[in-house]
Design a protein around this ligand. Sequence first.
Ligand SMILES: [Zn+2]
Length: 79
Amino acid sequence: MIYKSYKKIDSLGRVHLPKDFREELDLRENDDILIEVKDNSVVITKAEDSCVFCGKNDKLTAFKGKFVCAKCIKSLNTT
Ligand SMILES: [Zn+2]
């Protein structure tokens, strides 16, 4: 399903996410989200708060909507 909604950004840069959007993505209060700029758009993704390779959550870096820990990044760079 495609959801569209026009919203205004408030003076602090905040935007209200409509209830339908939150329900579609199972986003709840205090959930972590990942915000990225892609192709001149802002993309909001429900954050996975652990490394996609090892499952740890130490020194995470976001990459294409996923998190990778510093140790795995180092390992990727040396292989
Ligand atoms: Zn890792």
